[in-house]
Design a protein around this ligand. Structure first.
Ligand code: UD1
Ligand code: CA
Length: 462
C-alpha cells in the first residue's frame, strides 16, 4: 500500500510577528519544518510534498532534497492549501498523511499508528486528536452518542457548549486519496473566518455515512502547535530535553540539563562531561573523554578526544586530540589546532594553523598565522596581520620561541628554533636558529633612588 504526506506550510504565522516564515523559525538549531519532515521520513513515507506560500522561496530552499514543493499563491485556508497538491497526486492511489508545518513535536510512531488504525478500520478519513486541559484556539472534535466523529468545529465558529469540548483536532490526518480532491473542491468558505476549512470534509464524509476514524494521542504534548514565540520557547524546551536525554543515554555526562543547550544533530562521544552554561551548536562534533564548559560556546566545530575547553568561544574551528583551551579564549573561524596544543587565558586566534604541541598560554592575538610544532608564544604577543588594507601571513617554524610582547609585523617568517627577544617589533624575517631582537639599548642611572630622595629632601629645606 502506498503512503504519501503533505505538509501545509503556506501560512505567514501572523502571531509570530516576524519577517521569517513561521515554519523556518529554529528550535535547537533546526527549523520547525525540518522536524516535521524528519518525523514523516522516519515513519517510512517516501513521497513528501510541502505546500508553501508566505516566504515561498525560503521555505522551498529548506525543503530542497527532502521533498517536493507546491505553491499556494493565496492563503485561503487549509482545504484550499491541500487542493494545490492535486496535480502532483493524479496517479497516486493510497493513503495521504496531512500535517501542519507548525507541530514539530509529532513523533514518527504516532504517524505509523494513525495510518495503521486508518487502514484497519477501512476509514475514508482518520483524525489524530488530543485531550487537552485548555483547548482554546484549537478545532473541537464533535462526536455523536455512539462516539463517532461527526465534525470538527473551529474556535471561532463554536457554540459556548462546543467550546467546552476538550478533545481537539491536532491538524494531522490520514485520508484515502481516492475522492479526496473532489471532496475538497466542494468545500465553501461559509464560516466565521471566510476560509476554506480542511476540517469541513470530515463533516461531509460523516454525513454521507462513511467511516471517519479518530486516533487519540497518548502524549498530548506532541500536538502542540507553535503559533507564537511563547509556544516556540516551550517546544524548544521539550526538544532540548530530548536531545540531552539521548546524549546522556549514550554515555555523555550533562551536569545540569537545565542550563545546557545542545542543538539537535550535534554529536558527542562517550565519557565527555558538559558543565553548565554551555552551548554546542550547528554541525559541531565532540569526541570522547572531553570536558566542555562551564560557560562555553562551540559553533560548527570539530573537537577531537580528551580535549578541555572552559569559559571559551569556538567558532568554525578544528581542534585535535588532547588540546586544552581557556579559560576566556576566543577561537574564530578557520582555526586549526593540532594535537596537544595549549591555548590558555585571554587568547584570540583567527584563521591560523597551530602545530602539534605548540603553546599560546596567555594574552595573545594570533591571526592568519601558521605555527609549526612545539612553538611557544610568549604573553602579550600579537601578529600585526592587517595593514589597514590587506591581511598578511605570519609563519613560525618548529620549536621557535616568541618572547613576551613581541609584535610580529606580517608578512614575516620566524625560522625553526628561532627566538625573538621580549618586547621586539619584528619586521624582518628571522632565520632558523637565530635570535631577533629589536629594542633600544637599556639606559641605567645608578643610585637613582637615593639621588631622587636627596632632591626631594633639598626641596623641603628651601
Ligand atoms: C488548524 C485546524 C484546527 C486545528 C489546528 C491544529 C483548520 C480549519 N483548522 O487551525 O482544527 O485544531 O490547526 O493546530 O484546518 N496553511 C496553509 N495555507 C492556508 C492556511 C493554512 O498552508 O491557506 C497552513 C499553515 O501554514 C499551518 C497550517 O496550515 O501550518 C495550519 O494553519 P493555521 O492557520 O495555523 O490553522 P489553525 O487555526 O491553527
Ligand atoms: Ca496552527
Amino acid at each position: 500500500m502506498s503512503l504519501a504526506a503533505v505538509i501545509l506550510a503556506a501560512g505567514k504565522g501572523t502571531r509570530m510577528k516576524s519577517q521569517v516564515p513561521k515554519v523556518l523559525h529554529k528550535i535547537c538549531g533546526n527549523s520547525m519544518l525540518s522536524y516535521v519532515l524528519d518525523s514523516v521520513a522516519a515513519a517510512g513515507v517516501e513521497q513528501k510534498i510541502v505546500v508553501v506560500g508566505f516566504g515561498a522561496d525560503l521555505v522551498a530552499r529548506e525543503v530542497e532534497g527532502r521533498g517536493q514543493v507546491v505553491l499556494q499563491e493565496q492563503q485561503l485556508g487549509t482545504a484550499h492549501a491541500l487542493l494545490q497538491v492535486s496535480p502532483l497526486l493524479k496517479e497516486f492511489n493510497g493513503q495521504l498523511l496531512v500535517l501542519c508545518g507548525d507541530t514539530p513535536l509529532i513523533e514518527p510512531d504516532t504517524l505509523v499508528r494513525l495510518v495503521e488504525s486508518h487502514r484497519a478500520a477501512g476509514a475514508v478519513a482518520t483524525v489524530l486528536t488530543a485531550e487537552v486541559e485548555d483547548p482554546t484556539g484549537y478545532g473541537r472534535v464533535i462526536r455523536d452518542g455512539q462516539g463517532q466523529v461527526k465534525r470538527i468545529v473551529e474556535q471561532k465558529d463554536a457554540s459556548p457548549q462546543e467550546k467546552q469540548v476538550q478533545e481537539i483536532n491536532t491538524g494531522i490526518y490520514c485520508f484515502e486519496s481516492a475522492g479526496l480532491f473532489e471532496a475538497l473542491d466542494k468545500v465553501t468558505p461559509a464560516n466565521a473566518q471566510g476560509e476554506y476549512y480542511l476540517t469541513d470534509i470530515i463533516r461531509a464524509y460523516a454525513s454521507e455515512g462513511r467511516t471517519v476514524g479518530a486516533v487519540l494521542l497518548a502524549n498530548q504534548a506532541e500536538a502542540v502547535g507553535v503559533n507564537d514565540r511563547v509556544q516556540l520557547a516551550e517546544v524548544d524546551r521539550v526538544i532540548r530535553a530530548r536531545v540531552l536525554l539521548e546524549l546522556m543515554s549514550s554515555g555523555v555526562t550533562v551536569v545540569d540539563p537545565q542550563s545546557t543547550f545542545v542543538d539537535r544533530g550535534v554529536q558527542i562521544g562517550r565519557d565527555t562531561t558538559i558543565y553548565p552554561f554551555t552551548f554546542i551548536e550547528g554541525s559541531t562534533t565532540v569526541g570522547e573523554d572531553c570536558v566542555i564548559g562551564p560557560d562555553t560556546r562551540l559553533v560548527n566545530s570539530v573537537v577531537g578526544s580528551a580535549v578541555t575547553i572552559q569559559n571559551s568561544i569556538v567558532l568554525e574551528s578544528y581542534i585535535q586530540d588532547r588540546c586544552s583551551i581557556g579559560p576566556f579564549s576566543y577561537l574564530r573561524p578557520e582555526t586549526r589546532l593540532g594535537e596537544d596544543v595549549k591555548v590558555g587565558d585571554f587568547v584570540e586566534i583567527k584563521k591560523s594553523d597551530i602545530g602539534n604541541g605548540s603553546k599560546v598560554p596567555h594574552l595573545a592575538y594570533v591571526g592568519d598565522a601558521t605555527l609549526g610544532r612545539k612553538v611557544n608564544i610568549g604573553a602579550g604577543t600579537i601578529t600585526c596581520n592587517y595593514d589597514g588594507q590587506n591581511k598578511w601571513p605570519t609563519h613560525i617554524g618548529d620549536r621557535a620561541f616568541i618572547g613576551s610582547n613581541t609584535n610580529l609585523v606580517a608578512p614575516v617568517k620566524i625560522g625553526e628554533g628561532a627566538v625573538t627577544g621580549a618586547g621586539s617589533t619584528i619586521t624582518r624575517d628571522v632565520p632558523d636558529g637565530a635570535l631577533g631582537v629589536e629594542r633600544a639599548k637599556q639606559a641605567l642611572v645608578l643610585d637613582w633612588e637615593n639621588r631622587k630622595k636627596k632632591k626631594v629632601d633639598e626641596g623641603k629645606d628651601s
